[in-house]
Structures are given as C-alpha cells and as structure tokens.
Design a binder for this molecule. Structure first.
Ligand SMILES: Cc1cc2nc3c(=O)[nH]c(=O)nc-3n(C[C@H](O)[C@H](O)[C@H](O)COP(=O)(O)O)c2cc1C
Length: 210
C-alpha cells in the first residue's frame, strides 16, 4: 500500500472479526514500531502481545472494576451513562484478537549527570524537555497503528485501561524498571467500511513563518 493510502485509511477500529492475527504479522508490526524515533535512540519500549482470550477477559475485568471504584455514580443516571461510556471505550479490547500492552523504561537524560553542579533535578530536565518518553511512546504507537493498516488490520490506541495500571502490570508480569504505558487493540475490522473522523484542514493547523 502507498504510504499516503495507509495514513488516510487509518481510523480507530473498535469492533473486530474473530480472525486471529498471525505471529508473523505481530512480529512485523513490532519491527515497524521499533523503527520509530526515540529520545537519544533509547528505544525504551517493550510490546506484550496478548492473544489469550482468558487473559484479555482478566484485564478487561480489572479495568471495569477499577472504573467502578474510581467513578462512583450514586443515583445519577447521567453519571451512570457517562461511566458506562468510559467503561465501553476502555474494555472493548476484550473482543479483539490481539492487544498490545506497551511498557516503557523511565526516561534518563544525559544531563542527569549535571545534577550536583547545577542543582537541576531529573524531574526538572524531564519537564524542560516536555517529557521525552511520552513523546517517544507516541512515535512508536503511530508506527504500530500504520503497520497494522498496511497488513490489512484495523487498530485502536487506548489509554483508558491505564486506570488499572497496577492490576494489569501484575497480570502481565510487567516489573520495574519497565512500566505499563499504553495499549493498542488490533484485528480485522468487523465492518468493511467505516466512517472516518473529520480532521481539521491544513489552513486551520498550519502557520508558515517565511
Ligand atoms: C493518547 C490516546 C489515547 C486514546 N485512548 C483511547 C481509549 O482509551 N479508548 C478508545 O476507544 N479510543 C482511544 N483513543 C482513540 C481516539 O479516540 C481516536 O484516535 C480519536 O477519536 C480520533 O479518531 P480516529 O483515530 O479514528 O482518527 C485514544 C487516542 C489517543 C491518541
């Protein structure tokens, strides 16, 4: 597929056919994700590919439970509807053939070594550089999404399930120094065609200073 076609076909897909994703395709997606830029070429990422349906249900149950704990709704119907929506958008992956759980190493800056002379802390540097690891994760995830499209799949980036970070780290045995950061659900789209979200025009999002 042409690059521009891959990019324009990408849309968040949340309903999938019950068709497995082959290990070769999983490896190819991760290979392309791993080509992304990263701060100091640190490549601080690890991809856990979950295809086991029992584990997917375990993760989804942990997320649902956590959402109920975090957002008590009392008697309010409006709050209950909103919570249901959050739950739906945070747990639909349980019916996906594949869920990537992305974990990352903490950012370490070369300038961390200057701590003692400058009094600038690691957290100051992280903030000054606007959280390079968060930016790095975005780069690899976009590559992963585009690779999925190129191989004939649909995918959706999820941060919703992070509400149950600790529980999911325990289910997937993700241990320090790695920390769970984000998710991508992947599968053959259930529907042949899907409407694409409208995107802002170039004129609205671009300024050229020449
Ligand atoms: C950082 C990030 C987190 C997201 N988290 C979720 C999520 O938890 N659940 C979900 O259904 N979609 C999630 N999305 C997908 C967005 O809702 C989607 O990208 C947006 O609505 C634009 O639609 P499009 O991807 O089809 O262009 C997330 C996207 C990003 C970039």
């Amino acid at each position: 597929m042409e690059f521009s076609e891959v990019v324009s076909r990408r849309a968040s897909i949340r309903k999938f056919k019950d068709v497995p994703v082959s290990k070769d395709h999983i490896r190819r997606m991760v290979e392309i994700a791993g080509m992304a830029p990263s701060i100091n070429n640190s490549q601080p990422w690890h991809f856990t590919a979950v295809t086991n349906k029992t584990v997917l249900k375990q993760i989804s149950a942990a997320v649902s439970q956590k959402i109920k704990n975090v957002f008590p709704v009392g008697e309010s119907e409006k709050a209950a509807a909103l919570r249901n929506k959050i739950e739906k958008f945070s747990t639909f992956f349980e019916n996906a053939p594949l869920l990537f759980a992305l974990s990352t190493l903490e950012y370490t800056a070369e300038a961390d070594g200057l701590d003692t002379q400058s009094g600038i802390s690691h957290e100051n540097i992280n903030q000054m550089r606007n959280y390079p690891n968060i930016q790095t994760i975005g780069a690899t995830i976009e590559n992963l999404l585009l690779a999925a499209v190129d191989l004939g799949y649909g995918a959706c980036w999820l941060s919703g399930p992070m509400v149950a970070k600790t529980e999911i780290e325990s289910i997937l045995r993700i241990e320090l120094p790695m920390e769970l950061s984000a998710f991508v659900a992947v599968g053959v789209p259930f529907e042949e065609t899907h409407s694409r979200k409208e995107k802002k025009s170039v004129d609205k999002i671009l300024s050229i200073i020449d």
